[in-house]
Design a protein around this ligand. Structure first.
Ligand code: AMP
Length: 312
């Protein structure tokens, strides 16, 4: 089963408690594709400028990520610059966002891309998200969407129109509160449910993830690490692990959603252990499986029936 994603390819300049990296490979489409590619075939829809290096294109193509919907336009690739609080990796400030060629992005999908059954609208301009959604031959089996404060603040109306047409919304706790105007994530998830999406995934950085699915709730802590090198891309890699796993299992039920949440957590945790995509580019499969199992052991405890009766 294969997965189509539209997102950004970027050059990021990032300062964290562990150091500084200038113009390293990033973007929501980049992190998502690499993480999802461990589970399923990925086709990426994106735009880059003429400054995008061939070595970077080969890096993705060598992973068998389909780049036939990546357009190159005269000009510069999207750039993002951010700084993390050295004492709190959950807190980051965007220093600059240079849209560059993204301003002229109007994707035209190949016929193969239009037929995909799993679609992810990664963090990018809501009109590019809508444009891709509208080009699909039939409604995909599962449509996920991620966004960030930049688009919530600058293009809320268009974002809302796309969100009304999707199945799974990924947001962090600050974003969903700002998007809905609620101060509590349960109330915020209820309000998003009413507008369409059946599944709401609320990411809480080092405090884990809570998933709401029409009255059913699942929560997991983050994978525990003693150092975080660079949190950039954790959310996109989480979504890549989640959607890649859903496409691999071809499921949409709550049990598969719980497993996908753990897989997303695992992929996000690998990303933050290195700068840029360096720690998720060449993972051995057994490392992913071992970390999944560690997550199971971290969260498992006996139910009342397994204990043979009530606890009080
Ligand atoms: P995350 O840490 O998962 O929120 O994602 C960080 C990535 O998002 C970086 O690699 C950036 O290049 C990319 N990014 C930053 N701002 C935007 C934006 N406004 N639209 C799309 N992608 C962005």
């Amino acid at each position: 089963m294969s997965l189509l994603v539209v997102g950004t390819l970027a050059y990021d300049s990032v300062t964290t408690g562990a150091g500084y990296r200038e113009e390293s490979l990033g973007g929501s489409g980049m992190y998502f594709s690499i993480a999802a590619n461990y589970f399923t075939d990925v086709s990426l829809v994106a735009i880059v400028g003429t400054d995008f290096k061939n070595s970077e294109r080969f890096f993705l193509a060598n992973k068998n990520i389909d780049l036939s919907n990546v357009e190159t336009k005269e000009g510069n690739t999207f750039r993002w610059k951010g700084i993390y609080d050295p004492n709190n990796p959950n807190s980051r400030e965007t220093i600059s966002t240079d849209i560059n060629v993204l301003a002229e992005f109007s994707p035209k999908l190949t016929s193969e891309a239009r037929a995909k059954e799993y679609l992810f609208l990664a963090n990018i301009d809501p009109s590019a998200q809508m444009n891709v959604l509208n080009q699909m031959d039939t409604r995909p089996k599962l449509i996920g969407l991620d966004t960030m404060d930049f688009w919530i603040n600058s293009d809320r109306d268009n974002l809302q129109k796309v969100i009304e047409n999707i199945d799974i919304l990924f947001m962090d706790d600050a974003e969903i509160k700002s998007y809905t105007g609620e101060t509590n994530i349960v109330a915020a998830a209820d309000s998003v449910h009413e507008s369409g999406p059946k599944v709401i995934v609320v990411k809480k950085g080092e405090h884990g993830v809570t998933v709401f699915n029409q009255g059913k709730i699942f929560s997991t802590p983050a994978y525990l690490l003693n150092t975080v090198t660079d949190p950039t891309g954790a959310g996109d890699s989480f979504a890549g692990g989640f959607m890649g796993y859903m496409a691999k299992k071809q499921g949409t039920d709550f049990s598969t959603i719980k497993e996908a949440t753990i897989m997303g957590t695992v992929m996000g945790s690998f990303t933050v252990q290195g700068f840029s995509v360096e720690n998720i580019s060449d993972l051995e499969e057994n490392k992913i499986n071992d970390r999944y199992e560690e997550m199971v052991n971290l969260t498992r405890f006996p139910s009342l029936s397994e204990k043979g009766g009530p606890v009080v």
